[in-house]
Design a protein around this ligand. Structure first.
Ligand code: HEC
Ligand SMILES: [Cu+2]
Length: 427
């Protein structure tokens, strides 16, 4: 039977139009895609970022070539080899083509092997342990990150002791402070579900994995070395993002990497003042409370204008002192706030679920809070309102009494020589 389908391409004007549209749309698409480069690939702020970007470009180019090759051949087939008129007959039969099949098996295999080798190289280079990590004043220290729904907490184990012999640990909340050239090596732990610590500008991302808390959890590590970015103002700031959907507050689970120009600027503007503030806590419990409350994850669930908090999982703490006296009959404002922080479930604010984290002396890691810390947090919250229900004149006795009444604990209120101004750099 005569095969009436032509195997010789014939170019119709319509075919030329379709091909032209394909080329124009592809060109616009590529142009549109490259406009996202600054969003997808922000400033290269770490030593690791260059090789990661190179790998990314290799992947995009190979992927792009394959995409256009396949789409182009599809288009050519549709245009030139389509059935014409009311031709319903079968096309010619082909019985394989060993050469073609060899080519399209060998080339993709080579490409995949090439990508595997290149990717493995980049990964192993970038995650390799470095010597001299987290160097501060010529010593290695431990920097730990805790992820908890929905906040990051960074702690610096300074390796120094305060006059009481307790280790000095700086808690810098959701900010990681580092400097150009410091080999950062973070130990990551989660207190609840899986989170992922992602710093796009550093091109690093690492999951935090739940593990047995009694066994110290299941730490993971992340490593990078900040480099100078042309034209940046120092200290420079880069976002930290949670890259693992972890609940309704996942989108708010953000932080900041603050990169100082050199170790000196880091010491002057962050490290030394932080240690100074720990060694000289403000005598005024309210000033102290303002510092202490920011060391906890409260900001990840509450609104509080005076500290710039905007999260809405829990009720707003604006004007909390004005309401605290009327919340629970028979409870003073101090007693109510004291109870709210350590035993939130004792009274649920109408409209809110039992979602507040548990804080207290026996809680793990970043939820651990002693009576002195509670005292200063309550002193601070007592000032949040126009006509505070708290006995502000006598807070040094009223709050410790409330803690005694509710939890039976004595508060040591003898601390503090400082003025709360954490600016003095001599330590
Ligand atoms: C995981 C989210 C979450 C975190 C973290 C959290 N809270 Fe709450 N908080 C809530 C929710 C939800 C409520 C309302 C339900 C209730 O009363 O227990 C609440 C209620 C409160 C109340 C009572 C408010 C009122 O209007 O009566 C206070 C005070 C409070 N929180 C203080 C704090 C402090 C201080 C911290 C940090 C040490 C903190 N919270 C951390 C979710 C949170
Ligand atoms: Cu998260």
């Amino acid at each position: 039977m005569e095969d009436n389908r032509s195997n010789t391409p014939s170019i119709s004007p319509a075919a030329i139009v379709v091909a032209a549209v394909f080329i124009i749309v592809s060109a616009i698409g590529i142009n549109w895609f490259t406009s996202f480069v600054p969003v997808v690939l922000p400033d290269q702020a770490s030593a690791e970022s260059k090789s990661v970007d190179e790998l990314f470009y290799i992947l995009v180019i190979i992927g792009g070539v394959v995409f256009f090759l396949i789409q182009g051949m599809l288009l050519i087939s549709v245009i030139f080899f389509r059935a014409r008129g009311d031709d319903r007959s079968d096309g010619p039969t082909y019985h394989g083509n060993p050469l073609l099949e060899l080519i399209w098996t060998i080339i993709p295999s080579l490409v995949v092997v090439f990508l595997a080798v290149v990717s493995f190289n980049v990964w192993s280079q970038n995650s390799e342990p470095k010597a001299a990590v987290n160097m501060i004043n010529g010593e290695e220290i431990a920097i730990k990150v805790t992820g908890a729904r929905y906040a990051w907490t960074h702690t610096y184990e300074t390796g120094r002791l305060d006059p009481d012999g307790d280790p000095i640990v700086i808690n810098s909340g959701d900010a990681l402070h580092t400097y150009i050239g410091q080999n950062v090596d973070l130990e990551l732990r989660t207190q609840d579900v899986i989170h992922s610590y992602w710093v796009p500008a550093m091109r690093v991302k690492q999951d935090l994995l739940p593990g047995n808390p009694a066994a110290g959890g299941r730490p993971t590590e992340i490593r990078f070395t900040p480099i100078r970015v042309e034209g940046a103002q120092y200290p420079a700031e880069y976002p930290i993002v949670c890259a693992e959907l972890c609940g309704d507050g996942h989108g708010r689970m953000r932080g900041t990497v603050v990169v100082y120009e050199d170790e000196q600027q880091f010491l002057e503007q962050f490290y030394d003042p932080a240690i100074h503030a720990i060694l000289n806590p403000p005598a005024d419990p309210v000033l102290r409370g303002e510092i202490v409350i920011q060391e906890y994850v409260c900001h990840s669930c509450h609104v509080l204008d005076s500290l710039g908090w905007t999260s809405r999982t829990g009720p707003s703490l604006n004007g909390i002192a004005d309401r605290a006296g009327e919340r629970v009959p028979g409870q003073s404002a101090e007693e109510y706030i004291v109870t709210s922080v350590w035993d939130a479930a004792a009274f649920l604010v109408p409209g809110y679920a039992e979602q507040m984290a548990q804080f207290g002396p026996d809680q793990p890691d970043t939820y651990q809070m002693d009576a002195e810390q509670l005292y200063s947090i309550v002193a601070y919250l007592c000032t949040q309102g126009e006509q505070s229900d708290c006995d502000l004149e006598n807070s040094t006795t009223a709050i410790p009494e409330a803690i005694k009444t509710v939890f039976g604990l004595e508060v040591d209120i003898t601390f503090g020589q400082g003025d709360g101004e954490a600016t003095d750099a001599e330590v």
